[in-house]
Design a protein around this ligand. Structure first.
Ligand code: ADP
Length: 299
């Protein structure tokens, strides 16, 4: 396995570098990191049109299963004009393609386990290659990196500008995963869960309205095979397993988060509620409020 990674790593790194090197740069987000550390509410300079769709946005979304990484990453991707790349989607595409890997993947994913780094790098490289040929630049990664090893390899390959760590209490995460539905025709995601969690264990009360499908989708809804209660709990356990490993080593935080925290790139974001409450607050934290207004008007 290690030999495979060694073989694959240079390929991944160079592909990532190559796919990012053809774009012109103005000020990179990493150049304005000090501003982020000074202010909690506004961490980036205002977005200007020349920054949109540029390599200045090499962002990562972290967070437990069901927290809403896909929802917010995809909205930001539309707003910033950079691709939203979700490794979970790449895995599911491969799984449904009946390709050579699909049987193996089905077993792993439906048990809530992580797919091997080799398979993930391979799928990601193919996705980047396809994007490169279409002239894509920048990215919002969702679901990657998920392990310390993936984080280190990504770091060797390219500079990540910002890491957004979405947070939500665990009982709500489980309810959200169980309420998740996808339209089998248009591919859009919805959520049938109506969340009303009382304040407890230091967590504030949280309410989230369901995100219901329009009538043309409602008869075509499907549930992800890994969104059963047993598998969701296993996915959460695996997500937190690395934290336990670190706690045993005397550290206080999850290794991937900690990696980016030490680099000064981690932005923690506690979701205050559903999309109507959280989206404007997230834009505010990212100093993108003005663009959010334009986005709402266009949506
Ligand atoms: P979630 O974040 O809700 O658990 P995703 O859609 O991101 O779900 O991923 C679905 C599944 O795809 C994961 O449970 C895992 O099996 C696989 N997967 C996705 N990204 C990775 C990754 N970076 N490394 C390993 N496995 C991954």
């Amino acid at each position: 396995m290690a030999a495979l990674i060694r073989l694959f790593k240079p390929q991944f790194s160079s592909l990532l570098r190559r796919s990012l090197s053809s774009t012109t740069t103005t000020a990179t987000v990493s150049e304005i990191q000090p501003q982020r550390q000074r202010s909690n509410s506004s961490i980036l300079p205002p977005l200007t049109d020349d920054l949109k769709g540029s390599k200045n946005f090499q962002w990562v979304f972290l967070g437990c299963p069901g927290v809403g990484k896909g929802t917010y990453a995809s909205r930001l991707s539309t707003l910033l004009g950079v691709p939203h790349i979700a490794t979970g989607d790449l895995v599911r595409e491969e799984l449904s393609s009946s390709g050579p890997l699909s049987h193996q993947l089905e077993e792993i994913v439906n048990q809530g386990k992580l797919v091997s780094d080799e398979i993930i790098f391979n799928l990601l490289s193919k996705r980047l290659e396809a994007g490169e040929s279409k002239g894509e630049s920048g990215f919002i990664l969702d679901g990657f990196p998920r392990t310390l090893r993936q984080t280190e390899i990504l770091d060797e390959a390219t500079e990540i500008d910002l890491v957004i760590n979405l947070k939500l209490r665990e009982d709500v995460l489980i309810e959200k995963c169980l309420g998740r539905r996808i339209c089998s025709e248009c591919g859009k995601s919805f959520n049938l869960a109506s969340i009303n969690a009382k304040a407890e264990n230091g967590y504030p009360e949280i309410t989230m309205a369901p995100l219901l499908p329009p009538s043309q989708c409602s008869s075509k809804l499907i549930t992800r095979a890994d969104d059963t209660e047993l598998v969701v709990r296993e996915r959460l356990r695996i997500y937190k397993k690395q934290m336990d490993l670190y706690l045993r080593l005397g550290e206080q935080s999850e290794p991937v988060e900690d990696y980016y925290r030490k680099q000064g790139k981690l932005m923690e974001f506690d979701l205050p509620g559903g999309i109507p409450e959280s989206w404007p607050k997230l834009l505010e934290a990212l100093n993108l409020d003005d663009y959010g207004d334009k986005w709402s008007a266009a949506a």
